[in-house]
Write a protein that binds this ligand. Structure first.
Ligand code: SDX
Length: 428
């Protein structure tokens, strides 16, 4: 295999090195292209552009493979917990018992917010979008942790990671409580990660909420499946911000903003809204799908399609199975699940979707699972953010630890006006 690539520009041949990844993916290193040829590349949406080398997550979109630090998502879904997976994603290996105990202790020590941080919530209107609160409060949190802004050793790194991963639950639950006019619940020092979050979400004074084992397991699974996903939109945003040497809190707060969009993490809300529309309108699934195929409707099958997966998204398969089992065990029948399963069946046998390799992605069934846990719709994307926090932190760390990392500063192809003079207002 030749390890160079030859490009001819204006009759002149230029050779560029080929870089091979640990899973044999091939890339052309064009870092000297502009200096040597004056050309830049143009790649709308970065579909063909590698922004970095990373050792955190591997995806094979054609084979439906997803591995965190080499471990298949199916094995983590079956055997791990979110806290253990978070440690794996950030530090690159499964933790020893001692490391798990220390990290769990740090999560517990950092689960409460600074009391004056709690008062910020009173400043938000009751209908404030929880994603706006989450992003604002992650940044606000850093004001109380100045020592976490400058991470120069593994110990401080783990403390900072524990702070964000732990407190993001408390902030999320607090934003929900504010939105329904209930008092904020303090985290319980004896509860594990997921149980504590659900306690802060659903307990009220003098009546503790304690989740069933099914719900705790379902939440752990949901968070494990969302922990990282290569250079997706929000993770790339985290790296963009981190590349200017901004602190971890600012980078993760930016990641929350990118995740908010309906084409990305906001899709889990859009899927439920789509299924609800079909249910309320009485429209047949096949009729809705026909409308999606008509371009002028600008409708998309939310929860379908993916930039990388051109086969099934392994997370969707796991979540579909988990949703099925949890609803059965909780004896819940959710008509939206029936509609979703119908939709998948029809779409996967329709040429429009087959030709475009559109399959259910992680968001298609995740909303059904969250509904069964009693999570309100406006908190769905926040749940995605809680799950993705370890992946954002791992990517921030990877860039921060790289002595050769440079500020991200893409170029452009200018298409605006060529040179023209200023015209005084009286002559316009
Ligand atoms: C996540 O990147 C990640 O890893 C993200 C994520 C993660 O874990 O971080 O996996 C999480 O964001 C999952 C995606 C959630 N978004 C949705 O479910 C929204 C619906 N999906 C689409 O918007 C779309 O599929 C994207 C945004 C996910 C991917 O968009 P691309 O890669 O830019 O695909 P495209 O727009 O170029 O589509 C190619 C064709 C087009 O048709 P033609 O112009 O060729 O005729 O497929 C069509 C699109 O119109 N198409 C869809 C469709 N998705 C693409 N048609 C109907 N319904 C859809 N959902």
């Amino acid at each position: 295999m030749s390890h160079t690539c030859r490009i001819e520009l204006d009759g002149t041949p230029h050779e560029f090195p080929v870089v091979e990844g640990s899973e044999k993916e091939l890339s052309i290193d064009i870092s000297t292209l502009r200096d040597r040829t004056g050309y830049i590349t143009l790649d709308d949406g970065y579909s063909n552009t590698g922004s970095c080398k990373s050792a955190v997550t591997y995806i094979d979109g054609d084979k439906g493979i997803l591995r965190y630090r080499g471990i298949p998502i199916e094995q983590l879904a079956e055997h791990s917990t979110f806290v253990e997976t978070a440690w794996l994603v950030i530090w690159g290996r499964l933790p020893t018992e001692q490391e798990m105990e220390r990290f769990s202790r740090r999560l517990t020590m950092n689960q409460m917010m600074h009391e004056s941080l709690r008062s910020h919530f009173a400043g938000f209107p009751p209908n404030a979008p929880p994603m706006a609160i989450l992003s604002a409060m992650i940044n606000a949190m850093s004001c109380y942790e100045p020592q976490m802004m400058d991470i120069e050793d593994d110990n401080t790194m783990e403390k900072a990671a524990a702070r964000i991963i732990s407190k993001v639950r408390t902030i999320a639950a607090a934003s929900y409580k504010m939105s329904i006019g209930q008092p904020l619940m303090y985290p319980h020092p004896e509860y594990k990660y997921c149980e504590n979050f659900l306690h802060m979400m659903f307990s009220i004074p003098y009546r503790e909420y304690w989740p069933t084992p099914e719900v705790s397991r379902a939440l752990n699974l949901f968070l494990i499946l969302h922990a990282d996903h290569e250079q997706n939109c929000s993770t790339s945003t985290v790296r963009m911000v981190a590349s200017s040497q901004a602190n971890m809190f600012a980078s993760c707060a930016a990641g929350v903003c990118a995740l908010w969009g309906p084409l990305h993490g906001g899709a889990n809300v859009a899927v439920i809204e789509m299924l609800e529309f079909i249910k309320q309108s009485g429209m047949k699934v096949s009729e809705y799908i026909e409308r999606v195929k008509q371009k002028d409707t600008k409708l998309k099958l939310m929860g379908f399609g993916h930039r990388v997966y051109k086969n099934f998204d392994p997370r969707a398969k796991i979540l579909k199975d988990a949703a099925d089992k949890m609803l059965a065990r909780l004896n819940i029948s959710d008509p939206l699940l029936d509609i979703a399963q119908q939709m998948e069946e029809v779409a996967l046998n329709d040429d429009y979707f087959i030709e475009r390799k559109l399959y259910p992605n992680v968001d298609f069934y995740s909303g059904i699972t969250l509904r069964a846990m009693g999570i309100p719709l406006n908190m769905f994307t926040v749940m995605f953010a809680i799950g993705r926090m370890p992946g954002w932190i791992a990517n921030w760390k990877e860039l921060h630890d790289d002595p050769k990392s440079r500020i991200y500063r893409p170029r452009q192809v200018y298409t605006g006006h060529t040179l023209r003079d200023y015209v005084p207002v009286e002559q316009r």
